[in-house]
Write a protein that binds this ligand. Structure first.
Ligand code: ARG
Ligand code: GLU
Length: 720
């Protein structure tokens, strides 16, 4: 009986895990995947993708800034990434006279390319497995605390030693929850210039409404360029710098994709948690996310109401809306995906198989304990996670309170504080105020405050919440509205003038008065509660969880090859370079609905609505559409393809990643996933987890036909 049950569980689970599409592979170990990739249609070798002995594709894939991927597409260091990745820079360069967000930006000559001080581009030069070195002196008897100490000492020593001998930036990264370590050598470029970006109604077409959703029609790209010093090495910005000559740049394919085509994505996925136990996934998807979604729904409804009424407010809250809305929508998808896909049940079935495996020999007892011990820790953790969630999502969503929290340092000024220090603080706060009030709209904040404080008070028990919430009961008879009236009526933080006046007149004797400001009182109360009652406990739980995860991972690394020999293990995403591969194809998201694998310009015209900001189409694009003036960028069906989906296992950070065909030629830029499959960060289902890419032919069409920036096309290598 036991045996058959085990077999059924195995089959049940295998059905979901042994698909080729799942996995974010370490490029240095890609030999292991080569046969499978080739069987799926790849015509090149693992060595073409990643090599340290000769130039390879990895020399053309970069970490763009701190959170996106980019790829090099010319001998002059031309770089493509997403519009939403370049967004901050496009915005920073925009002024009233030159509104590049609205109108787009095209450097028609090299001289017009704009410096972006602070922006870096990072390129992996080499990665070496140093697990043995890092785990030297770790034995089965080593305690968790000792282990942490030994590991951090070993890392520090190795990095110091290697840094002395290398021109690159050296670091050690942990894989498989601390079961494997790699030494990374990175080259960091510091003179990056902005070269082009389409107008937002192309680069952000569909806005937050279409975000995470298929069918999609977003021209989500922007263009940058890497410059280096006269010696060809990374350098700070100088007008004498020259364009970077890469070891490799991608050839662009104009052939497009068809259903079933092999593709791979090469980039910097940030974080996944595929090996969590069921209790953790349950807490994440069924306890925490619903609260976050609920709080954000309340806030976004308020934003929407005012944004629709007033064009100025729409702009002021556009970025805040996008920031909150991105996670909000994604987590709704995760909650639903886990439920529909029976994610928890599948994890539980796996855990039964795992425990059976553990029971087979005595030496596996620690692996069994690791899994079982999660339950009490997560039980304890829930209270603190919830408190953290309300603190950050409800408390700090009140902009006034979040901004007032910046004044914590100035309340510590005394008679003995040197005047220069005070001046510096005052100036920093004045600059912060200028930025903050430019996009601050008090009626929104007041309504958000009422909604959030109500939710906070209802959800968190009296003995486990910031004092200020209890004061609403004591001093305002539990009437949140009266408290909020008082808060906004009495504080100086509702107006930039009042804040600046206070800062202009600031001296140590004013600290007392500031401390009584109700926004400061509220901010302090929330922060104090968090620091005193939540933070340390949260950390303690986290340390326990991380130790258990390491041992549970080690157990899985032994069990899976034995029990599921066909399953190839891969480490969770950790912001290091990865390769993932899968086939182009539509899917069936729900009963009676089928998605085709690509979208076209026709869809943009269908969505067009001059009255809705996210769906405005410019005259120029409409003219090109009406004239069908697509040149060589048209698909062989005659239409302009805009985006397509494929079964690549991607996550945040993969934005801007190149999606490549069987020959390693550029097909497009990854920029999103389909909503139904967003659970793939926790558990992957190949039938609904799809990545969304903008078709490179649409990108080139926009650069060439829409913007007339022929010089950029000329420097690219294009395979017709
Ligand atoms: N969902 C994508 C990501 O996670 C795109 C976000 C930017 N686009 C937007 N409409 N907010 O980053
Ligand atoms: N848009 C995401 C990013 O900025 C990529 C989409 C995803 O999470 O898969 O990285």
């Amino acid at each position: 009986m036991k045996k058959t049950l085990f077999a059924i569980i195995t089959i049940l689970f295998l059905g979901t895990i042994a698909r080729a599409d799942e996995g974010m592979w370490i490029p240095a170990l890609l030999q292991r995947n080569e046969a499978e990739m080739q069987a799926m249609g790849m015509k090149i070798t693992a060595d073409d993708i990643y090599s340290i002995n000769h130039s390879s594709m990895k020399d053309a894939v970069v970490l763009f800034g701190g959170g996106c991927t980019g790829e090099i597409v010319s001998e002059q260091g031309l770089l493509l990434t997403n519009h939403h990745c370049g967004y901050g820079w496009i915005q920073r360069h925009s002024t009233m006279e030159h509104d590049y967000l609205t109108d787009g930006f095209w450097a028609m000559t090299p001289e017009e390319e704009l410096a972006c001080p602070g922006l870096t581009v990072t390129m992996l030069k080499n990665m070496v497995d140093v697990t043995d070195k890092i785990l030297t002196n770790v034995t089965p008897e080593t305690t968790d605390e000792e282990r942490a100490e030994i590991v951090s000492k070993n890392i520090k020593r190795l990095v110091e030693e290697m840094q002395k001998r290398s021109e690159y930036e050296v670091s050690v990264e942990s894989f498989y929850q601390g079961n494997q370590y790699f030494l990374m050598y990175n080259e960091v470029f510091r003179d990056i210039r902005m070269v082009g970006a389409p107008p937002s109604n192309i680069g952000k077409f569909g806005g937050d409404t279409d975000n995470w959703v298929w069918p999609r029609h977003t021209g989500d790209f922007s263009i940058f360029r890497i410059y280096v010093g006269p010696d060809g090495k990374p350098a700070e910005y100088s007008k004498d710098n020259k364009t970077y000559k890469p070891d490799y740049h991608f050839t662009i394919s104009l052939k497009g994709v068809e259903e079933g085509d092999f593709t791979f994505v090469f980039g910097y996925p940030a974080r996944t948690n595929e090996y969590l136990p069921a209790v953790a996934v349950n807490q994440e998807a069924n306890v925490i996310y619903p609260v976050v979604v609920d709080l954000r729904t309340k806030i976004l409804d308020i934003y929407n109401k005012y944004q629709e009424k007033d064009a100025k407010v729409r702009i002021q809250y556009a970025n805040k809306h996008a920031g909150l809305g991105n996670g909000w929508k994604k987590w709704m998808g995760v909650i639903e995906g886990i439920r529909n896909f029976k994610g928890i049940e599948k994890k539980q079935a796996f855990e039964e198989a795992y425990l059976d495996w553990c029971m087979k020999t005595r030496s596996r007892i620690p692996y069994m304990h690791a899994l079982k011990d999660f339950t009490p820790v997560y039980e304890e953790y829930e209270k603190y996670r919830m408190a953290t969630t309300y603190f950050t999502e409800a408390g700090l969503s009140i902009e006034l309170i979040e901004f007032a929290a910046n004044f914590a340092q100035i309340t510590e000024v005394t008679k003995d504080t040197p005047q220069e220090e005070i001046d510096e603080l005052v100036n920093a706060l004045k600059s912060a105020a200028a930025v903050f009030y430019k996009d601050y709209y008090q009626p929104i904040d007041e309504e958000v405050a009422i909604a959030m404080l109500k939710a906070y008070r209802e959800a968190q028990p009296e003995d486990f919440r910031p004092e200020i919430l209890n004061e609403i009961d004591r001093k305002f008879k539990g009437n949140v509205q009266s408290y909020v009236d008082y808060l906004f009526g009495k504080t100086i933080f509702t107006s930039e003038e009042k804040v600046n006046k206070f800062l202009d007149e600031f001296n140590p004797s004013k600290v007392k008065k500031l401390e009584k400001d109700p926004a400061i009182v509220a901010a302090n109360s929330m922060m104090d509660f968090y620091v005193e009652n939540v933070m340390a406990k949260s950390r303690e739980c986290n340390t326990k969880i991380n130790n258990l995860r390491r041992v549970y991972m080690e157990g899985q690394m032994k069990m899976i090859p034995e029990v599921y020999p066909e399953r190839n293990l891969y480490p969770d995403a950790n912001f290091t370079l990865r390769v993932t591969y899968g086939k182009v194809g539509g899917f069936k998201p729900k009963d009676a609905v089928t998605y085709r694998h690509y979208t076209t310009l026709d869809g943009i015209m269908q969505k067009e609505n001059p009255n809705i900001y996210d769906y405005v189409v410019t005259d120029r694009l409409r003219e090109l559409y009406e004239a069908k003036d697509y040149g060589r960028y048209a698909d062989k069906d005659g239409s302009m393809h805009v985006a397509f989906i494929a079964g690549n296992h991607t996550t945040g950070g993969n934005s801007g990643s190149p999606i490549l065909n069987a020959n390693g030629e550029l097909l497009g830029l990854n920029f999103d996933r389909t909503w139904e499959g967003t659970m793939s960060d926790l558990i992957y289902d190949p039938s609904i987890c799809k990545n969304i890419s903008v078709d490179i032919r649409y990108v080139l069409f926009l650069i060439d036909k829409y913007a007339g920036c022929q010089r950029l096309i000329d420097e690219m290598t294009i395979a017709e």
